[in-house]
Structure formats: C-alpha cells, structure tokens
Design a protein around this ligand. Structure first.
Ligand code: NI
Length: 192
C-alpha cells in the first residue's frame, strides 16, 4: 500500500476519459483500490477517482461521513459507507438541480458553487464482483456525480455557471459570499 501523489488540474490525465475495467475482481484492481483508499484517507477526502492518482481506469471510491450526514440531517443525507465502484454509471432521475459548495483534491485550496442533479440512480461493480445499485439524493448524489465526472475528464469548475463563486476556501470561509437569486446555500464543501 502506498499514499500516491494526487494529480492536479492541468494534468493531461484529468482531462482524458478513463478506460473501462475489464475484470473488477482482478488482483491489480484490488492493489490500485488499496492505494486509492490510503491516499483518500491521508488527504481527508470524501471521494477519489483513479485518474486523480494517475491511473486511467473507471474506478471511484467515496463515502458520506457520519459528521456530514449529521450536519445535513435531511432525507438523502444519511451516512453512506465507504463504497468502491468499477465502471460506475449514473442515470439522472430529476430535472431539478441544486447548488452546493464543492472542493476537489485535484484543485487544492479552492472551492466553488456547483449545480448538480438532486436525484440520481447509479450502479457499478465492486472488486468483490458484487453489483451495487442505489438511488441517491443530496450530498450523496453530489459526491457520486463529482467522482464520475473525473472518469470523463471533467473537473467541477467546468460544471460551474457562475465563476465569481470559484475562489480560495480560506477566503470564502473568512467572508462567505452573498448568494443571490436561485443560488441557495447548501452545506459545506468536502474535498473529493
Ligand atoms: Ni475531485
């Protein structure tokens, strides 16, 4: 196991679509996932995608921490155990979008307000070969969309529609920006 270097915005690997995993139960996948888990824990992230550690495969890991679920205290923001998915696919279930702060381990120090679908269905296969299918809302849906975007070479700033709400987390925490119109505050950012 090893803590791996995290690729940062600008690196080619973060702009390229990742490749499907032919056999999610292969020993090489387990070894890679172990490094992803260790790297995410070290960086205190809520999620990580394989391209973020320079591996061009469709693998994501994520969780909704207990502290996060408790803070939100709404339906759809229940604690989600650590989940490992190969070849994840998302289906959007609602036309509705909601705004929320996001941060990314590949865009260190920054955070931004990102619109995301409120309700999704997702599926994928674990390294044990089990199929996972879930519906998700709230932060759970947000982190899954953020991670799966990494597999298509997309970083959260590319999903933003108001770039005045992209900035250094330190500054936004010191002086929270005024949110007008349709943009409503929703929770704190969590790097993923
Ligand atoms: Ni990210």
């Amino acid at each position: 196991m090893a803590i791996r270097k995290i690729a940062r915005m600008g690196a080619d690997i973060l702009r390229e679509p990742a490749k499907p995993v032919a056999d999610p139960t292969a020993p090489a996948v387990r070894a890679l996932v172990r490094d992803m888990l260790e790297t995410m824990a070290d960086a205190e992230g809520a999620g990580l995608a394989a391209p973020q550690i320079n591996e061009p495969w469709r693998i994501v890991i994520f969780h909704v921490p207990r502290a996060r679920a408790a803070r939100e205290g709404q339906d759809g923001d229940a604690e989600v155990p650590l989940t490992i998915l190969c070849n994840p696919e998302i289906e959007v279930l609602s036309d509705e979008e909601e705004w929320g702060w996001e941060a990314c381990l590949s865009v260190p120090g920054l955070m931004g307000m990102v619109p995301r679908a409120t309700r999704i269905h997702y599926r994928g296969v674990t390294p044990e070969g089990e199929r996972v299918e879930r519906e998700a809302e709230g932060f759970h849906a947000r982190v899954v969309q953020h991670e799966c975007d990494h597999l298509d070479g997309i970083l959260y700033p590319q999903r933003m529609t108001d770039l005045s709400l992209l900035g250094f987390a330190e500054e936004f925490h010191r002086a929270p920006p005024e949110l007008g119109g349709e943009i409503a505050e929703s929770g704190e950012e969590e790097a993923a």
